[in-house]
Ligand binder design. Structure first.
Ligand SMILES: Nc1nc2c(ncn2[C@@H]2O[C@H](COP(=O)(O)OP(=O)(O)O)[C@@H](O)[C@H]2O)c(=O)[nH]1
Ligand SMILES: [Mg+2]
Length: 470
């Protein structure tokens, strides 16, 4: 069973579907301290959380090197397999290895190599009680190690880059972003595909190459051709600066930008309070990361959660990240969200600002939100207020704080609204819903022509409503 969205094709995420249950795997190698290893797993856990997966267990192992077959050594691999309901056995490829047993020891048994330095942590007795649908590995594994891990666990295995690509994929709403992420995905999956096809061929061919190599070459060429095709398409869709500047903004859209773990999603949930997906009839259909401000305002204000900045983003993913972040350009107010309790937040804020300037989103009015102040002392809060006099200090977990931010957002939009009178004839009563959603009706008079409405809304909304009524 595959849990990633791209495996199901791009479509709206079913909010009623139970979240996939993930088990995290990390091998602590000699070049990492215990603290670094823990921090790395914690970050991976947050990325997996961003995908909406439920992290149900963590398997950690200390080794002098990655186990050649599947990264993890035998004991831990067997424990992992109990969590996923897999065999714990790396079956395929075994046939070939048996044939060449003078070179490799048979693999058709639980791998039990080089496991002497295995430090067991946690309670392995509970492993069978955990039911995981996906394995997420923190270490960089070779394509064959990843494949073997999938065989032994019987479920989909993702590594860090795979998780990040999946996050980008869900946020990619423009054609350009979708193409960019698709290219990154193919480039990422190409070596894995090669391995997969290879072992399949070997099975069919009984360990003899020949036809397998031809098929492999064909697959390679197919992927290469597809990437070239996507790149050509991308060149056509590439937004030039003029288009970007002209991109139509949503006059009542707020976008949350900032690093992963800053608290964007928490703030989004607190500000919108509803899990209801929004399908806007008058405006474009909105993605799964957009919600209406709640309690609802007139006109309705939308909040979108943009793709988060990631520390140590793999180089191959930088272009897709930037293009995906461009959705911030659709907003007319940006909330820069930072985790003020993170000692690195000032540097992160600088990076965020620089990148947003590069995609020309720095022209959008913005508000700095210093989140997680519940973790700070009074003294630290005073210093922050002094250093960032225009910032909003708050905790996404505090309802009064969230209410105050809600008011600031409403005030911001109220500021540039205009008033006008719209005549909605009896024959166009279907438009009334849109009017009430995108404007505030100040006064309403009915006569023989229909409804005469005095409305207040941003100019862009009024233009659209007038066009709709024309
Ligand atoms: N103490 C505290 N924790 C918070 C606050 N806001 C968010 N968090 C926690 O920080 C973590 C990351 O939050 P999340 O909203 O997922 O961040 P995102 O990656 O920016 O979307 C979660 O464990 C939240 O519960 C806050 O104001 N105070
Ligand atoms: Mg988030």
């Amino acid at each position: 069973m595959r849990v990633t969205e791209r495996a199901h094709g791009k479509g709206p995420i079913d909010p009623n579907r139970a979240p996939p249950r993930a088990v995290l795997v990390g091998v602590q190698l000699p070049d990492a301290t215990a603290a670094e290893h823990e921090a790395s797993l914690a970050e991976l856990s947050r990325l997996v959380d961003t995908l909406g997966f439920n992290v149900v267990a963590q398997v950690s192992q200390k080794r002098t090197s990655l186990a050649p077959a599947a990264g993890l050594g035998g004991g831990r691999l067997a424990e992992l397999a109990r969590m996923t309901g897999g065999s714990g056995v790396i079956e395929s490829g075994a046939k070939k290895k048996v044939q060449k047993k003078e070179l490799h020891k048979p693999a058709a048994e639980p791998i039990d190599d080089d496991d002497d330095d295995d430090v067991e942590e946690g309670d392995s007795a509970d492993a069978a009680a955990v039911r995981a649908d996906v394995v997420v590995v923190d270490n960089e594994l070779s394509p064959s190690q990843l494949r073997n891990l999938e065989k032994a666990t019987g479920v989909e295995v993702l590594d860090r880059a795979g998780v990040i690509i999946e996050i980008f994929w869900r946020h990619a709403r423009t054609k350009e972003a979708q193409l960019q992420v698709e290219i990154a995905r193919l480039q990422y999956e190409a070596p894995r595909l090669r391995e997969k096809e290879h072992s399949g061929d070997r099975q069919r061919g009984g360990g003899v190459g020949g036809k397998g190599d031809e098929e492999l070459e064909l697959d390679r060429r197919r992927v290469r051709d597809r990437i070239a095709e996507l790149k050509r398409e991308l060149a056509q869709h590439k937004t030039d600066d003029a288009t970007r500047r002209a991109r139509r903004k949503d006059a009542t859209r707020v976008a949350l930008v900032g690093y992963t773990n800053a608290g964007k999603s928490s703030l989004m949930r607190a500000l919108t309070g509803s899990e209801v997906l929004i399908a806007d009839k008058l405006f474009a259909t909105l993605g799964t990361t957009v919600r209406a401000l709640h309690p609802e305002t007139r006109p309705r204000i939308l909040v979108s959660d943009t793709v988060g900045f990631i520390k140590n983003l793999p180089h191959g993913l930088v272009a897709s990240f930037r293009t995906t972040l461009e959705e911030a350009n659709e907003a007319s107010l940006l909330l820069y969200v930072v985790d003020a309790s993170d000692p690195a937040f000032r540097a992160q804020l600088d990076v965020t600002k620089t990148v947003l300037a590069e995609i020309e989103a720095d022209r959008i009015p913005s508000l700095l939100v210093l989140n997680k102040v519940d973790r700070l002392s009074e003294l630290e809060k005073k210093r922050l207020a002094r250093d960032f006099p225009r910032a909003v200090l708050l905790s996404a977990l505090s309802p009064p704080d969230v209410k105050r931010l809600h008011e600031l957002i409403v005030e911001h939009f109220e500021h540039d609204m205009e008033e006008t009178t719209l005549l909605v004839p009896f024959t166009r009563q279907n438009v009334l819903g849109s009017v009430r959603e995108h404007a505030r009706v100040v006064k309403e008079d009915w006569d023989e022509d229909g409804a005469r409405l005095l409305v207040r809304a941003p100019k862009e909304h009024l233009d659209k409503l007038r066009a709709l009524l024309a």
